[in-house]
Design a protein around this ligand. Structure first.
Ligand SMILES: NC(=O)c1ccc[n+]([C@@H]2O[C@H](COP(=O)([O-])OP(=O)(O)OC[C@H]3O[C@@H](n4cnc5c(N)ncnc54)[C@H](OP(=O)(O)O)[C@@H]3O)[C@@H](O)[C@H]2O)c1
Length: 333
């Protein structure tokens, strides 16, 4: 399937599709159970996504630590270089640079972007500030943001984005960047039927629309909970996610039931409905996929639309759910 014209937002040659793919799990053993034997299948996931117009890949310089340092970027670089099929020119690798406490100069951001490009073996397309230090080290934030804008000024990337910034801080950064002539292409926040906080409660979507910034929705499947496969205690994943899901499940049953009902009436899967809901809300969801089956399923969230009535039903179930996904501690207001 070719990328259609309507999927393309041309912003400094940055091409953003309606659906992307998240790659936090590609190199993360602790939370996501990654091992190197998965690499061949992850390459097949990459190829399938690009062929079907899912050309945005979200990664970060903190995805893969220790021996697996930068693994997600390294894999994406290898996969994108080796890919030779349809939509190759539209591939958009979006990395996020961590606001590590030891990144204290603007040049440390430029260097970090160059290290990401080295791991990728190609340029970064979209560089994002992974999180704001506004909640705990506000004095560091201006320096790192200056560095982010320097990356754009030096022509190292096609676009610049932010992540985990709320509407007030977004407006502040927009003003700062505008004075340097640096456009903000994207904002990435947690957004799903289980987590509407910065979008609905803080109104960040309206601010993005006003400023011409595209909103990227991370964890659109609620870390896997909205797929419906973790529906009782015996099916929970190991570790931290299992613990979290165990806490959330009793309070979100009505939401999962509603999702299931809409899915079966549309002959779609719960994952497809959860992702399509994000698309209908005007965001670009980036669901993570660890294997071909998940990628195929998630790609099926494109090319159709929930009705207004179905969206209202889901909104209602989400609003009445008495448990929500935990918020990122770095999310600002
Ligand atoms: N900016 C930030 O601070 C930030 C924070 C978090 C994430 N992100 C980005 O957002 C991306 C997506 O979020 P996420 O990975 O946290 O969570 P998610 O997309 O809500 O869930 C992804 C997980 O759900 C399961 N899954 C996915 N598709 C499935 C399907 N069709 N059927 C069954 N299971 C499926 C897989 O894990 P299992 O098979 O193990 O269940 C997969 O790893 C990340 O990869 C990352 O790029 C950014």
């Amino acid at each position: 399937m070719k990328t259609t014209q309507s999927e393309i937002v041309d912003r400094q040659k940055l091409i953003l599709p309606t659906l992307g793919c998240g790659t936090w799990a590609w190199g993360n053993r602790l939370l996501w159970g990654y091992n190197e034997n998965m690499d061949d299948e992850l390459q097949a996931v990459f190829n399938l996504c690009v062929k079907n117009g899912v050309t945005l890949f979200d990664t970060a310089d903190s995805y893969g630590t220790g021996k697996l340092n930068g693994r997600s970027e390294t894999l994406l670089g290898q996969f994108s270089r080796e890919y030779s099929g349809e939509n190759k020119d539209n591939i958009c690798i979006a990395t996020k640079l961590a606001a590590y406490p030891w990144r204290l100069t603007r040049n440390s951001m430029v260097k970090a972007c160059q290290s990401s490009a080295k791991r990728l073996g190609r340029n970064v397309d979209l560089v994002q500030m992974h999180w704001s230090t506004g909640n705990y080290a506000p004095w560091q934030e201006g320096i790192l943001l200056d560095g982010l804008a320097d990356i754009y000024d030096r022509g190292l990337v096609k676009g610049v984005g932010l992540s985990n910034f709320g509407p007030k801080s977004l407006k502040r950064v927009h003003k700062k960047f505008s004075s340097r002539g640096v456009p903000i292409a994207t904002l990435q926040v947690q957004y799903s039927l289980l987590s509407t906080y910065p979008v609905t409660e803080l109104g960040v979507k309206e601010v993005c629309d006003e400023l011409g910034i595209k909103l990227i929705a991370y964890s659109p499947l609620g870390l896997g909970l909205l797929t419906g496969k973790y529906s009782d205690k015996s099916s929970l994943p190991k570790g931290l996610r299992g613990f979290l899901f165990g806490q959330l499940l009793p309070g979100i049953r009505p939401l999962l039931d509603c999702l299931k009902e809409v899915a079966s009436s549309r002959n779609k899967t719960m994952s497809q409905v959860a992702i399509n809901w994000c698309i209908c809300k005007g965001t670009i969801p980036i669901p993570g996929a660890k294997n071909l089956k998940q990628a195929e399923d998630n790609i099926g969230a494109k090319g159709w639309q929930l009705s207004d009535g179905e969206i209202a039903e889901l909104d209602n179930a989400a609003a009445n759910s008495n448990k929500k996904m935990v918020q990122n501690i770095f999310q600002t207001r």
